[in-house]
Design a protein around this ligand. Structure first.
Ligand SMILES: *Cc1c(COP(=O)(O)O)cnc(C)c1O
Length: 407
């Protein structure tokens, strides 16, 4: 197996590409025609691996699926229109009314909202402090089918007890879903801690340029799907390791329809070639900027797993190649957060993360506004918290800008 970046940039060539084109072409087609109708029937019956209809498969999307599979060291990957489509489809395809799952309470805001909706439909979640494996263990019930965690939480950067939860899931025969968006497979491969299914929002670091939305689910092959009652007979094929991901592709992607477009897959595939290069720079920038802010008298707190003051600093060091490129901080009370942000000239006031540009957003007034002050307080989100997604700019320009904010 060659190195991470070599593998990505040569991934498309491993399958025959039309006319020797170095990039997998954009296949702007919905349907696929066959000379012999038997070939068409074979595709529909799963006897051959050809293409049936654009909602389920597209050659450009398949090339991206192979690429992500290689990055994560998985055995199969399915792509979706967005990260949220991947997460929603995963639960929809695998869980039934009466089932229960345990989730980290430190979640991407829309994932949190989505899980609340599932409870209305009879699939209940318990939210726990996932930095503590005992909290996860304590929430498991008879009806519990899976555990869902993120690697580094956004915006407060808590690091889940990823290895310990993996061991717990193996012992209790639970599906272990890890959302790897914040770390990406360059910083961390969840298969190393026993994850069964890996979620990535391709919109963030993997695509990296803020120009396309996408999501993916990767099967690691580590869960024994023979233990899982919710697999329909049709999907109990020859290889039990693939039962879950097959059901996700059919009952989830095909029937729910959150398919990734070929053009977006192309953008994400190109972006992914520089994932390692970008993250090396972004993480180095994040380390320098957080040190600057932590030492500034007008800053009350900085949350970044790369800082020794971070409660999970040692865990992040053990698990991740680098401690990520996202951090959050609170200004001293006598500094107005909005005035500070408005003085920044390089850093852009914007949502999203994983972009090449450094982005800043005041959390309570935007992405966590809908949940209200009380819920925010319970999650440790102060009204003055600012989230920063660090880009690839020259670090001196970033330091100058973060200093400029103080006026
Ligand atoms: C952004 C994000 C998602 C959702 O991804 P979209 O592509 O925006 O739908 C899910 N999980 C995490 C951790 C994210 O940061």
């Amino acid at each position: 197996m060659s190195g991470f970046t070599t593998t990505i940039v040569h991934s498309d060539r491993r399958d025959p590409i039309e006319h020797g084109s170095l990039q997998k072409p954009i296949h702007a087609t919905v349907a696929y025609g066959y000379e012999d109708v038997q070939d068409l029937a074979d595709v529909f019956q799963g006897k051959s691996s050809g293409y049936s209809y654009g909602r389920q498969v597209n050659p450009t999307v398949s090339a991206l699926e192979s690429k992500i599979d290689r990055m994560e060291g998985g055995i199969a990957t399915v792509c979706f229109a967005t990260g949220m489509a991947a997460i929603g489809t995963l639960l929809f395809a695998l869980l039934r009314r009466g089932d229960h799952f345990v989730s980290s309470s430190f979640l991407f805001g829309n994932t949190n909202s989505l899980f609340q909706s599932f409870s209305v439909h009879g699939v209940d979640a318990s939210f726990v402090d996932a930095t503590d494996v005992e909290a996860v263990a304590g929430a498991i019930r008879e009806e519990t089918k899976l555990v869902f965690v993120e690697t580094i939480a956004n915006p407060r950067t808590q690091v889940a007890a990823l290895r310990e939860i993996g061991e717990l899931c193996r012992e209790r025969e639970l599906i272990y879903v890890v959302d790897n968006t914040m770390t990406s497979p360059y910083l961390f491969q969840p298969a190393d801690v026993g994850a069964s299914l890996i979620v990535n929002s391709l919109t963030k670091y993997i695509g990296g340029h803020g120009n396309a939305l996408g999501g993916a689910i990767t099967e690691t092959g580590l869960y024994n799907w023979e233990l899982f009652d919710n697999i329909y007979d049709t999907y109990r094929g020859a290889d039990p390791k693939k039962w879950g991901i097959t059901q996700i592709r059919k009952k989830g992607l095909r029937d729910f329809g959150g398919a990734l477009g070929a053009e977006a897959a192309h953008h994400i595939g190109i972006g992914s070639e520089t994932l390692a290069l970008r993250l090396e720079r972004q993480c180095a920038n994040a380390k320098t900027v957080t040190k600057f802010l932590e030492n500034h008298e007008k800053v009350d707190a900085v949350y970044y797993p790369g800082l020794e003051s971070h409660p999970e600093h040692a865990r992040a060091k053990e698990l991740f190649r680098h401690p990520g490129a996202l951090f959050s901080f609170e200004l001293a009370e006598d500094v107005d957060t909005f005035d500070y942000l408005n003085r920044l000239e390089v850093v852009i006031k914007s949502s999203n993360l994983g972009d090449n540009r450094t982005l800043a957003i005041p959390v309570a007034q935007t992405i966590y506004f809908e949940m209200g002050r009380e819920r925010r307080a319970s999650m440790g989100i102060k009204e003055s918290l600012v989230r920063i997604s660090v880009g690839i700019e020259d670090v001196d320009d970033l330091i100058e800008d973060f200093d400029r904010g103080f006026g």
